[in-house]
Design a protein around this ligand. Structure first.
Ligand SMILES: NC(=O)c1ccc[n+]([C@@H]2O[C@H](COP(=O)([O-])OP(=O)(O)OC[C@H]3O[C@@H](n4cnc5c(N)ncnc54)[C@H](O)[C@@H]3O)[C@@H](O)[C@H]2O)c1
Length: 340
């Protein structure tokens, strides 16, 4: 592909085209995607398109899925996916369009089948499709809850499961990049449906990171920030937060040499950070103490040095057992007001 369709406009050493077939495989740090097939949902425009341009520029064969709906999920426009696929092909890349609705199990299955039918493999999935239907909690209508959960959360299952299965069956593993949001990680007024969906994606990321480990299927999530029709920042002329600024992270997390799994990242405007889930050192009630003592020590429950969450939910148990043992070994433990 030529430079004009480059999404991220990266550094001078950034590869611009697939190396000829007779050249030896490039060094991993060059992040080529030769022979790699990447499926991207919601990639006809916005952030997904930026990822697709980046990955195609690096040699990936891309499946551009997009239903072409409005920001709230209305009115399909089936030309959106093909327009982006054609743009990639015109620039020398390889792309096919797909217009399945990924918010259904059938749509997810059909999308993965499309990649397998076209190129016989799937190496990475970017689950990026998303919609918004904001309302303050008392005004949230069930239709708007269902639709937002279906597109932002359930679609990651509907596409993710068949993609995971194909990656496992291939014996080569794969990479899955899911899309979360700061609205889910930190909350946002009027976005109860969207926040819950996007935080559900984090739970899925953590668990698939664990389940995928033995197959070398690495699963991560990105909370993006970019000027698109979905974002609150509407100044499209401001290139400092263009979707292309996120694209380098998609290249890193979709590449076979991706170093991470089960992790959550934030990216926007050229900044890339890891988001962690932490737990405080906490406070242990002594035998005989109850709600009053807990209330009196509420600052200790909430504050104190934070520890990063262990690698899985079930490994939290040794952590809290250790904390309880630590507390029990303190001299005053067992001499509480209401000793039993
Ligand atoms: N823009 C931001 O700052 C921001 C912030 C946080 C999270 N996100 C998330 O990033 C992702 C991309 O958002 P964007 O800002 O590029 O928005 P966008 O509206 O430009 O792109 C989303 C795409 O998803 C497609 N889509 C929606 N429902 C679909 C379905 N059922 N099947 C197939 N395609 C479907 C839409 O047609 C659209 O092209 C979304 O998941 C969004 O929630 C964006």
């Amino acid at each position: 592909m030529n430079q004009s369709v480059s999404a991220s406009g990266g550094g001078a050493n950034r590869p611009r085209a697939r190396p000829p077939e007779d050249e030896p495989s490039p060094m991993p740090e060059q992040l080529y995607f030769r022979d790699q097939v990447v499926v991207l949902t919601g990639a006809g425009q916005g952030i997904g398109k930026a990822y697709a341009l980046e990955l195609a520029a690096r040699g990936a064969k891309v499946v551009i899925n997009d239903l072409g709906v409005s920001p709230s999920g209305q009115g399909p426009d089936l030309s959106v996916a093909e327009t982006t696929a054609a743009e990639i092909r015109a620039a020398g890349g390889e792309a096919v369009a797909d217009t399945h609705n990924v918010a259904t199990p059938e749509g997810g299955e059909a999308l993965v089948k499309k990649a397998l039918d076209a190129w016989g493999r799937i190496d990475a999935l970017v689950a990026n499709a998303g919609i918004l239907r904001d309302a303050s909690f008392p005004k949230l209508e069930w239709d708007n809850l269902d639709a937002v959960l279906a597109v932002n959360l359930l679609s990651t299952f509907y596409v993710g499961r068949p993609a995971f299965q194909a990656m496992k069956d291939s014996g080569r593993g794969g990479r899955i990049l899911l899309t979360t949001s700061a609205a889910g990680l930190y909350g946002n007024f009027g976005q109860a449906n969207y926040s819950a969906a996007k935080m559900g994606v984090v739970g899925l990321t953590r668990t698939l990171g664990i389940e995928g480990a033995k197959y070398d299927i690495r699963v991560n999530a990105l909370a993006p920030f970019a000027t698109t029709r979905l974002s609150s920042e509407k100044n499209a002329a401001d290139q400092s937060r263009a979707p292309g600024k996120l694209a380098p992270l998609a290249a890193v997390l979709c590449h076979p040499s991706c170093p991470s799994t089960g992790e959550v990242f934030f990216a926007g405007g050229g900044l890339f950070s890891r988001v962690s889930i932490q737990i405080s050192d906490g406070f242990v009630l002594k035998p005989g103490e109850g709600a009053e003592e807990l209330f009196a020590s509420w600052d200790k429950v909430r504050a104190g040095p934070v520890r990063e969450l262990p690698p899985s939910g079930s490994s939290l148990r040794p952590y809290y057992e250790e904390r309880i043992q630590e507390a029990a070994s303190e001299p005053e433990f067992g001499h509480a007001r209401r000793n039993q």
